[in-house]
Design a protein around this ligand. Structure first.
Ligand SMILES: Nc1nc2c(ncn2[C@@H]2O[C@H](COP(=O)(O)OP(=O)(O)O)[C@@H](O)[C@H]2O)c(=O)[nH]1
Ligand SMILES: [Mg+2]
Length: 678
């Protein structure tokens, strides 16, 4: 083999669908590297990753697990990213630390589509990646069939590096297609080199030929050799694989079993030999040139004991405890090992470190000794737009300030969460990527910050308007002891077209109401708009003040304001009030095999398809534009995901208000009534 790429610390990020075995693979990689004495397992709840109570309880990765090790004297950081589609931002952010990504897949062709989103991100950002087909201990499908299914969702060619040796149905080892050596798996130990079994020879040479042909697509010299039937030297083949991976031209495919430690040494060797150096990655990510220390923030962790940890990858220079970063003094320099922080004194290029107690950094920042640069021009993922919300109320009224502060910390850790104080419904809404995402936030509020909250469904921001006009004469008159209050107004109330808002027209002539009181009439009318006859804010109404009377002693601003409101209160119920519901424009993105299902979903939610077309740059995906009522949108992501193997998504924005009548409207009005009286 040729010399490996670098001695600087490298970083591999494990990605792939939920339950494909990434956390188990992290354990296997650490064990094989000698970084842990025993291999834990996810079901037993004793792995390096997933150590938080939220993760252990669900047997699910809920935040990136970061670990360090040394493999054959090379320093490595391995990040095990969450697989859940709801935690997609944490995965994308972790990928910004990757020299190489390992896509972990289940050996099930029927689930190939679940890898589409991850291949898409890797292809878009041109992140070098290998595919590790896991759970080969219980694979029933043939690897060839699996690769065909997976190739359909990967823009880059998947290139098989090994072929399995089978003992009956059981995969008992593999042949490496470059060295042409055969190995037999041993549980929990490196494989044994064995004689290549006779019966595999033809399959092996066929697969080897395919490998060489894939490589020859990117190299003329190799192509020439193949055409001349020459056997290329193994060194040349290794070198070609390394180069193609580094340029993200091919995806080498390896397989094994994380649970049984099968194929782990082979995976390690591929990473060690083929993963690019951090300097190459820095260039790909457009780390600004310069001299001296520079690191980019991968993620923030708020920990009970250590406080805020800023996890960053060092692109240039070195880091020491006590140094100045972003103008602040670092207090504690660590390597993370799952839940454990291992104190270190120094770190250099390529290393992923945690800085203790820096106040200012945010995920995505570029850090230098004296600055945090938000907009450094580096490649960085935008958090996805939220698709699911929950209303939060602290159980304890006194916790309100604490709640806001704690949520701010959760958002620092995960910028795909956000908070909104809804001006229409007055609810505090926590927004995110789905039910699990938000449940996790609620659990962390309790477990980390000791804040208990009640959750509720977000209310729909209904409005109301009128369908016909009326004239209204109202008088406010009160005689109490000294001088009283008097205001008399005649108004005409009229409906306005959708989206017009509120309009007030003054048609007073001849001083029927003195000038100075007219703004008060308007103010009174406006005050009324907060809650119309049906109980909701009123929109699209015009009020014309055309006559009135006053009293030289008893009239006042206040009296005319009250008269204005009174006239609305008395007149509006006669104007045939009607409920308006918000309609959103929704853009749904799904693989086109699900497009007809989505039509059904949209119409079952009172939606209307405006059109659909193939999504540019997304081979095999459709984008559907539709109008859907806000009330129907709240849990739509849950149904959309269950219809589409979890990969469907959507974006939304408010479009217009639309009349709602009939049974649905009656129910909404009833609910509002009991809410207002309750
Ligand atoms: N049979 C088998 N099971 C595995 C293997 N790797 C992981 N698992 C199991 O698959 C489940 C999900 O594993 P986990 O590592 O949490 O997957 P992740 O969601 O990708 O991190 C756990 O119950 C593991 O014990 C494997 O190689 N073979
Ligand atoms: Mg996991």
């Amino acid at each position: 083999m040729t010399a490996k790429e670098t001695t600087a610390a490298r970083c591999a990020v494990l990605v792939g669908p939920y339950t494909s075995g990434k956390t188990t693979l992290l354990e296997a990689l650490l064990f094989t590297a000698g970084a842990i004495p025993r291999k834990g397992s996810v079901p037993q709840g004793n792995t390096v990753g997933d150590s938080s109570s939220e993760a252990r309880q669900r047997q699910m990765t809920v935040e990136p697990n970061i670990a360090h090790c040394t493999y054959l004297d090379d320093p490595w950081t391995i990040i095990d990213a969450p697989g859940s589609i709801e935690l997609i931002h944490d995965r994308n952010a972790a990928l910004m630390a990757a020299d190489v990504a390992v896509v972990v897949a289940e050996p099930d062709p029927a689930r190939a589509l679940t890898l589409a989103p991850v291949f898409k991100v890797l292809d878009d950002y041109a992140i070098p990646h290998v595919l590790f087909v896991n759970k080969m201990d219980k694979a029933s499908a043939r690897i060839r069939e699996l690769l065909e299914a997976l190739q359909a969702v990967s823009a880059r060619p998947l290139v098989l590096r090994q072929v399995p040796i089978r003992d009956g149905e059981q995969v008992s080892g593999f042949v490496d297609l470059v060295s042409e050596r055969a190995y037999r798996y041993r549980d929990g130990a490196p494989s044994d080199l064995i004689e290549m079994p006779e019966e595999i020879r033809s399959r092996e040479s066929e697969a080897r030929q395919e490998l060489l042909e894939s490589l020859a697509d990117f190299d003329d010299a190799l192509l020439e050799q193949l055409l001349e039937d020459k056997v290329p030297a193994p060194e040349a083949v290794y070198e070609q694989i390394r180069k193609d991976l580094r340029e993200d031209l091919i995806v080498p495919v390896l397989f094994g079993s994380a649970e049984h430690n099968h194929g782990i040494t082979r995976l390690w060797k591929a990473l060690r030999h083929d993963a690019p150096a951090p300097a190459v990655t820095a260039e790909r990510l457009k780390v600004p040139e310069g001299s001296g220390f520079a690191a980019s923030v991968i993620r923030i962790y708020h920990q009970a004991h250590t406080g805020k940890l800023t996890v960053a990858r060092i692109w240039r220079g070195s880091a020491r405890d006590g140094m100045t970063v972003a103008g602040e003094r670092v207090s504690g320099l660590f390597h993370m090992m799952g839940a454990e922080n291992v104190k270190i004194t120094e770190a250099s290029e390529g290393d992923v470190v945690a800085f203790g107690r820096l106040e200012s950094p945010r995920a995505g920042d570029l850090l230098t000794p004296d600055q945090r640069i938000e907009d450094s021009g580096m490649v960085r993922p935008e958090p996805p737009r939220p698709v699911f919300a929950m209303a939060l109320v602290p159980k304890n009224r006194q916790d309100e300030v604490k709640l806001t502060g704690s949520i701010a910390k959760l958002i620092e850790e995960d910028p795909s969460l956000s908070i909104e104080h809804n001006p229409d419904t007055h609810q505090m809404l926590l927004w995110g990527q789905g039910d699990i995402h938000l449940q996790l936030a609620v659990e962390r509020l309790r477990s980390k910050y000791n804040v208990e909250v009640e959750t509720a469904r977000p209310l729909t921001a209904y409005k109301e308007t009128i369908r016909r006009g009326t004239k209204q004469h109202s008088r406010f008159k009160r005689q109490t002891g000294g001088h009283g209050q008097f205001g008399d107004v005649q108004i005409e109330i009229k409906p306005l077209p959708r989206g017009s808002g509120f309009e007030f027209i003054d048609k007073i002539v001849g001083g029927a109401i003195p000038r100075q009181y007219i703004p008060s009439v308007e103010a009174g009318a406006r005050e009324y708009l907060a809650r119309g006859p049906l109980g909701f804010p009123v929109v699209d109404v015009s009020v014309t003040l055309f006559d009135g009377q006053y009293h030289s002693v008893d009239s006042s601003d206040q009296a005319f304001k009250t008269a204005g409101r009174l006239a609305m209160q008395e007149g509006m119920p006669n104007c045939d009030p009607v409920l308006l519901e918000p309609i959103y424009e929704v853009t749904i993105l799904v693989p086109n095999e699900f497009t007809s299902k989505v039509h059904g979903l949209v119409s079952s939610r009172r939606g209307q398809i405006l059109g659909f077309e193939p999504k540019p740059g997304w081979d095999g995906w459709d984008e559907l534009k539709c109008h859907i009522p806000q009330a129907e949108l709240q849990d739509m992501i849950v149904e959309l995901r269950s219809l589409t193997l979890g990969v469907g998504s959507f974006e939304w924005r408010f479009d217009h208000l639309q009349e709602l009548t009939g049974k649905l409207a009656e129910r909404v009005i009833q609910e509002r009534r009991s809410q207002l009286s309750g």
